[in-house]
Design a protein around this ligand. Structure first.
Ligand SMILES: [Zn+2]
Length: 723
């Protein structure tokens, strides 16, 4: 979509609505320091935070590298977006109506905004429907379950908008589609119905279940959790991922809890919906629940926005599964934990109860729970306790096990003070009250710790070696995975191609020097796709491949595919055009450009026939090509499908994605090389500013290259799996 000129009113409204701390917190963990917030600068490498954000002034500034500006500037820089894109993006996220200077474009933007609005609407209507059904005779057993087994009061049931999804296969479907006249596709996008695998028609995702709406921070329904009332599996079922609902970035009850999290300066994370609800009704209103099993770093970062001292208490079940879940959560956020960016504590309740069970178990449960929160051990003490628990420290082998576990734990701590503290702590535990043994144990633990400076040194050395151009440039250009059976694993690709340099300098500059990617196809003979693919995938001779640069190879394949699909599958034409336009891509190889030009000419001259006659384009191309003898051999293969190419077209949608990512990747690589060449030419003393700008560009390209590589690998795997 072309970016329109945005009306100043909209810019003003976005500026008023959006909070800079909110926006930056999505990228940087911010801690409150006096009036302002402080974090690690996302624009330069640093170990101690010098990036400051002022909520009063709505600006940021880095004392390390000097970057600064307002919210718009931040999002522009971090996402490499234009001003208008940023305004639109923020307007979309904050539900601010967009006015443009060109009225004709307003409609398209409004349409996109409206889709999200419609999803919200359908979900809200559904939540009402479920709520209503809970009070009807069909929902009697569900209501009974909530009252009797969960001990929930009517007030709580309505506060959390709990409901009942009726037992039929199409109850919700009928209500929303036949009665309310919502389009089926909208319901599907909301994850409320699914297409039947046999025959036609749709069925409700949630049937005979208690439903628990999941709300976003602004209190809008974005999905549902549910619990079965029969023997249906699974016991708990959530909405699938949708444009509004991203499990890894959503926490149940954050909408109600965030204010208390801020005032009490700590957040509690429990396992289940009913735990969070039980806490809330008991007056402990800073509890949230993770959705599904593992807590993600995105979720933790969300919580950290609200607690100035970064205190989070994990209160998962105390049974084995709960302990495993806690350990998984700790390791999921280990970067934040080991570096001390979050004060993570772990609360296990007596006899393995979860919060819900515990609060119902005795009359003074709430008091005890609050006291337990205050006394919850830090995650590392909790892990040390787990190491010792059940072990007989008098037995030599068990003692040894404990000591080994301690060393492993201590080695992960990045902060030297913290490590020293726990070194002593562990030594004391191992000494079992015998003061004479402490210094001995301390020394022996210490001797097993890997000195951090030596560790860092080692890492740097290996990384430097990985960048040795001689060891990497074999010249056979086989760095890219070429779909199936390429002989190059994804790991190979990332390790030879994209390793981040330990010194943070652009030192992998020499990795790829393209040999004229616009080679006019002179290195291709006959059928471009079949030749290129079979050469690329020949497993017995990967090292003696034809010496095209990897970029050219990739371009050839990707461009050929897009052209083939375009010519032979009319229904994908719109999609290909859109993607090329969207990413600002064009064909690079000269015979591809030629063919594309022919296509466009034919289409422009005969818009109607193109639409109506399936093979019109193909016939025209056939007729035209004879006038261009120099291109005949190169173009003919595009006009006839061979077995291999037929197969490519068969999985067109995924292949288009893959090809587009490849084209963008080659562009990015070329751009990075260009920047790097420029960078090398600059004088570090007199052209510092230009160097730093180019360096930023290089880093951004690197990141994008990594992302695109990942996307390509994912698509290739998709194709393998589905083939
Ligand atoms: Zn900085």
């Amino acid at each position: 979509m072309e970016i329109p000129h945005i009306h100043p009113d909209t810019i003003e409204a976005v500026q008023q609505e959006v909070d800079i701390v909110d926006v930056i917190s999505e990228y940087v963990v911010l801690r409150k320091r006096g009036k302002d917030y402080l974090g690690l600068c996302p624009f330069h490498n640093e170990k101690s935070p010098s990036f400051s954000v002022s909520q009063d002034k709505q600006v940021y500034y880095c004392f390390g590298c000097g970057v600064g500006g307002n919210t718009f500037k931040f999002v522009m820089e971090i996402g490499k977006q234009s001003f208008a894109e940023v305004v639109l993006d923020l307007a979309r996220r904050y539900q601010i109506p967009v006015k443009t200077l060109e009225p004709e474009k307003r409609q398209e933007i409004q349409r996109q905004l409206t889709l999200r609005e419609q999803l919200y609407e359908v979900l809200a209507v559904t939540a009402n429907f479920y709520q209503h059904a809970l009070q009807q005779s069909q929902g009697k057993h569900a209501l009974e379950y909530l009252r009797a087994e969960r001990k929930l009061a009517n007030k709580t049931i309505s506060q959390f908008q709990l409901g009942y999804a009726p037992g039929g296969w199409e109850t919700l479907y009928r209500y929303l589609v036949e009665q309310k006249r919502y389009p089926v596709s909208l319901l599907e996008s909301c994850g409320l119905i699914k297409q039947r695998s046999t025959g036609n028609g749709y069925y409700d995702v949630f049937r005979d279940r208690v439903t628990i709406p999941i709300l976003d921070i602004r209190g809008r329904v974005i999905g549902f959790g549910s619990r079965t009332l029969g023997d249906d599996k699974p016991k708990y079922l959530n909405s699938p991922e949708t444009p509004l609902f991203d499990k890894s970035r959503t926490l149940f009850n954050l909408d109600k809890a965030h204010k208390t999290i801020a005032t009490e300066d700590r957040a509690i994370v429990v396992e289940g919906y009913f735990d969070a609800i039980a806490l809330y009704t008991a007056g402990i209103t800073n509890g949230v629940a993770a959705l599904g099993t593992a807590l993600t770093s995105h979720q933790i970062k969300q919580l950290l926005r609200y607690t100035a001292s970064k205190q989070i208490i994990l209160n998962f079940d105390g049974d084995n599964a709960g302990i495993k879940a806690t350990e998984r959560a700790i390791s999921e956020v280990k970067d934040l934990v080991y570096s001390g960016q979050v004060q993570l504590r772990v609360l296990n309740l007596e006899s393995g109860k979860d919060a819900d069970e515990f609060l119902l178990s005795r009359s003074d449960a709430v008091d005890i729970y609050r006291k337990s929160l205050d006394n919850a051990p830090l995650w590392i003490n909790w892990q040390i306790n787990n190491l010792i628990s059940g072990k007989n420290l008098k037995a030599a082998d068990e003692m040894q096990q404990v000591a080994t576990g301690m060393v492993r734990l201590l080695n992960r701590l990045q902060d030297a003070n913290q490590r020293n503290y726990y070194l002593n702590y562990c030594a004391e535990i191992l000494s079992q009250g015998d003061a004479r043994l402490v210094s001995q144990n301390l020394a022996s633990l210490q001797s097993q710790l890997s000195p951090s400076y030596r560790k860092n040194f080692k890492i740097r050395k290996t990384k430097k070696q990985a960048h040795n151009p001689k060891s990497q440039r074999t010249g056979n250009g086989s760095r890219y995975p070429l779909g199936r059976a390429s002989g190059v694993s994804p790991d190979d690709v990332s390790s030879t191609f994209l390793k981040e340099d330990a010194m943070g300098e652009p030192s992998d500059l020499m990795v790829v020097a393209p040999r004229s990617p616009i080679s006019g196809g002179a290195d291709l003979s006959g059928n471009p796709i079949c030749e290129a693919v079979s050469r690329g995938t020949s497993s017995n001779a990967p090292s003696v491949r034809v010496a095209t640069s990897p970029e050219t190879q990739l371009l050839t394949e990707a461009e050929s595919l897009l052209l083939l699909i375009y010519i032979h599958c009319p229904r994908y034409r719109e999609n290909i055009l859109e993607k090329l336009e969207d990413k600002d891509l064009c064909f690079s190889l000269s015979h591809h450009r030629f063919l594309w030009q022919q296509i466009i000419e034919i289409e422009t001259k005969n818009p109607e026939k193109i639409k109506l006659e399936k093979d019109f384009l193909l016939t025209c191309l056939h007729n035209n090509i004879v006038n261009y003898p120099e291109y005949v051999n190169l173009i003919i293969p595009f006009l006839h499908l061979e077995e291999k190419t037929e197969e490519d077209i068969f999985r067109a949608a995924a292949r288009i994605e893959n090809a587009i990512a490849s084209l963008e990747l080659v562009n990015c690589i070329k751009y990075k090389i260009y920047c790097t060449e420029q960078w090398k030419k600059l004088d570090p003393i007199t052209e510092k500013q230009a160097m730093s700008e180019l360096y930023q560009e290089i880093q951004i390209s690197k990141k994008r290259i990594e992302e695109l590589e990942k996307m390509r690998i994912a698509y290739s795997q998709d194709l393998i799996v589905n083939s």
